[in-house]
Write a protein that binds this ligand. Structure first.
Ligand SMILES: Cc1cc2nc3c(=O)[nH]c(=O)nc-3n(C[C@H](O)[C@H](O)[C@H](O)COP(=O)(O)O)c2cc1C
Length: 401
């Protein structure tokens, strides 16, 4: 590989809070959906992170951890509301961080994207997800006291992560979950101080940041994942996202990860992308250049990165500071090390299709296939890049339908 590529990727980076990350590769969040009963972190999840911990990434961001047991995104999410699972979380952090990677917890509340098995579903307003109506019910608008409880809950979960030895937290503010529902005028119809102007809609994200910061102190990394846009008419737009990034940067956010899309439009996975995007590799490459013009705060871009040269060039051109990679880590847990050492220059990313149009168009195969390989790693085995998508579909159908 071109030595400048490896040198760009290997450069340590110091976040505003003072913590230095050993290199520029981040494993972005992928929901493990593999917890034990009541959201307890399982030995399988800890095993998966022990393996990833040997893989050389600067930061490993966990799959979304739910901060409220009454609001799950999936049936087997990890749930951290208090210190009940401190021993498991401590073991997770210890096993994972033995080789120098930093483990961060992604904290989430799904809002209206909480499936029907949740007794009650809440959101800023009662706007039901217009797709997959069989799976998601109409949400109840949150009372102001409940909004304040959720903000406090994010802070509480972050503090538990810190006590357990995790080296950072990330607020999930993207992909149409609760924080992102507050940001969009399609899902936030409120007329109080939590809705209306962009400043009001961003208040929820900002108050969560402030609550966490107050609890964890000035030297602990806090990041957020945010949409470049929701990619729907009338929803959170690029212009609004750029403004919110500025607001978050002014608060002192340590790392802003850019993604995009919601359950209605899965832009984060790059499905049905334009030819021009395909050529540029990273799905939100144009946006990150605009974001960099707004802020010097550390930026992480995720979605589509597959070659060392594209990653290194973006860092060299000061468009971003970290590259986020998700799905390929479910196929090769050691890919960061291999990229950093110059052993590979391109990540081989398989197409996860059954070849049967109606199944592949449902859009969940990509997630289900990669999740299956993460489960294999949780058993202490290596993932199978040749895993049959049809086999995964049949298993998924058997379990869910
Ligand atoms: C199995 C799976 C689970 C995911 N779970 C999460 C999640 O919990 N939180 C999140 O922010 N993104 C999640 N994502 C999205 C990824 O973080 C990432 O944005 C997306 O896969 C695009 O990056 P990639 O092209 O490098 O895979 C998930 C993706 C997959 C495949």
């Amino acid at each position: 590989m071109n030595p400048t590529s490896t040198s760009q990727l290997n450069k340590p980076f110091t976040l505003p809070c003072g913590v230095t990350i050993p290199n520029r590769i981040v494993k972005s969040a992928m929901s493990e959906n593999n917890a034990d009963a009541d959201g307890r972190p399982s030995n399988r999840i800890i095993k998966l992170y022990e393996t990833w911990g040997k893989g050389g990434a600067g930061i490993l961001i966990s799959g979304n951890v739910m901060m409220d047991s009454k609001a799950l995104g999936e049936e087997h999410n990890v749930v951290i509301e208090d210190e009940k699972y401190l021993p498991e979380l401590t073991r997770w952090a210890t096993e994972c961080q033995k080789n120098g990677s930093h483990l961060w917890m992604q904290i989430n509340h799904p809002g209206r994207q909480a499936p029907k098995f949740n007794e009650e579903v809440v959101s800023p307003s009662n706007v039901q997800l217009p797709v997959m109506k069989g799976l998601f019910k109409e949400p109840r608008p949150l009372e102001e006291s409940e909004i304040l409880d959720i903000i406090e809950g994010f802070g509480r979960t972050a503090l538990v992560a810190k006590k357990a030895g995790w080296k950072g937290v990330q607020i999930h503010g993207a992909h149409g979950y609760l924080v992102s529902q507050f940001l969009s005028t399609r899902t936030n119809l409120r007329t109080d101080k939590w809705g209306g102007s962009l400043e009001n809609r961003a208040r929820f994200a900002i108050e969560i940041y402030r609550n966490i910061r107050e609890k964890v102190g000035p030297e602990f990394p806090i990041g957020i994942k945010i949409n470049s846009a929701d990619f729907q008419r009338g929803a959170f737009s690029e212009e609004e996202s750029l403004e919110v990034i500025k607001m978050l940067a002014n608060e002192g956010m340590d790392l802003i990860e850019v993604s995009g899309g919601t359950y209605e439009k899965a832009a984060m996975m790059g499905r049905k992308m334009k030819e021009s995007t395909r050529k540029r590799e990273a799905y939100f490459a144009d946006f990150i250049v605009k974001a960099r013009k707004q802020t010097e705060s550390p930026l992480l871009l995720t979605g589509g990165f597959r070659s060392a040269k594209v990653m290194a060039t973006a860092i060299k051109n000061n468009e971003l500071d970290f590259v986020g990679i998700a799905r390929p880590f479910a196929v090769n847990p050691f890919l960061a090390k291999e990229l950093l050492q110059g052993k590979i220059t391109k990540i081989q990313a398989g197409k996860v299709d059954t070849g049967i149009g109606f199944i592949d168009n449902m859009g969940f195969m990509d997630t289900a296939w990669h999740a299956e390989n993460m489960k294999t790693m949780g058993k202490g085995k290596m993932p199978n890049p040749k895993l049959s998508p049809m086999k995964v579909f049949l298993k998924f159908a058997w379990e869910h339908m």
